[in-house]
Design a protein around this ligand. Structure first.
Ligand SMILES: Cc1ncc(C[n+]2csc(CCOP(=O)(O)OP(=O)(O)O)c2C)c(N)n1
Ligand code: SF4
Length: 276
């Protein structure tokens, strides 16, 4: 029997001809591989996928895939992606970027994307540092980590993205690890299949500015968290986690926000309404 094109998409089929320029050993390479593996397992045609990012080493990722891509402004990937999803509900919209991009400058958008619950997948490539700008502390940096900008550490408690996502209304909250590609690909599949806003926080070592993160593979626990739709149980698991547990902490099926395009007005409709 002749195979259809859709049933033959391999992970390679989703890669562009542009070679990544990340430092050798950077965790982001493994996330790229897990992402194309996930897309191949879902067999989504390239033309139906949009990958939107902000700014940072991680945010370079759209260039490396042969899908629609937008390398946007720092911290502004989520509003862009939600705008696209509003007018193209048929597309699989994925957002990717760093902890600096998403939780610092983009923090406000993050909270509102969680509560809006549009059908968008958010992959945060969290290396607990601003890699692209040479190693400043980010919201997820440990307060005791010493850097040029904060020689005594920041002394500021870390931002817990899973807690914030859950409290803000995200319907899918998970953590993965770049160094465990098989499990990560599975988590990306689940996040894309989920109907609603999904946060997949991915620990991704920055081998250049945080070489000690190369040790993360010894600490991360492989998919040890079992999914629940019980908010209180999920909150407890997230609060008690030391940051090295992986899996889906929370998944719930609640109404997804998708504006009705038939009710959408054009600028000329508004102009007519305000005509005097
Ligand atoms: C408005 C604005 N402010 C600051 C910058 C500088 N800048 C570029 S990338 C970046 C942080 C990137 O860190 P992260 O999102 O964690 O990604 P990583 O490089 O670690 O993958 C900053 C502050 C910018 N490009 N635009
Ligand atoms: S600076 Fe860090 S995050 Fe950026 S490419 Fe190098 S290892 Fe990766």
């Amino acid at each position: 029997m002749k195979k259809s094109i859709e049933s033959t998409l391999s992970p390679k089929h989703y890669l562009s001809k542009t070679h990544p320029i990340w430092c050798p050993g950077c965790g982001h390479y493994f996330i790229l591989r897990a992402l194309v593996t996930a897309l191949a397992s879902l067999q989504i045609p390239n033309k139906d996928i949009a990958l939107i990012s902000g700014i940072g080493c991680s945010s370079r990722i759209p260039a490396y895939l042969d899908v629609y891509g937008f390398h946007g402004l720092h911290g502004r990937a989520l509003p862009l992606a939600q705008g696209l999803k509003a007018v193209r509900p048929d597309m699989t919209v994925i957002v990717a970027g760093g902890d600096g991009d998403g939780y610092s400058i983009g923090g406000n958008h993050f909270i509102h994307a969680c509560r809006r619950n549009m059908n968008v997948t958010y992959l945060v490539m969290d290396n607990e540092v601003y890699g692209m700008t040479k190693g400043q502390p980010s919201p997820t940096t440990d307060p005791t980590w010493k850097s040029k900008l904060a020689p005594h550490g920041t002394d500021i408690r870390t931002f817990n993205p899973l807690q914030v996502a859950l409290a803000s209304g995200a319907s899918f909250v998970a953590r993965g690890f770049a160094g465990d590609q098989k499990s990560l690909a599975k988590l990306i599949v689940s996040a894309i299949e989920h109907q609603g806003f999904s946060l997949l926080e991915i620990k991704s070592p920055c081998v250049t500015f945080r070489p000690e993160e190369k040790e993360w593979h010894k600490k991360m626990r492989k998919l040890n968290v079992k999914s629940t739709n019980d908010f209180i149980k999920a909150a407890e698991k997230i609060y008690l986690s030391d940051g090295f547990d992986t899996g889906i902490f929370y998944q719930n099926h609640i109404p997804v926000y998708q504006p009705d395009l038939n009710e959408t007005k054009t600028i000329s409709d508004f102009e007519k309404e305000f005509e005097v």
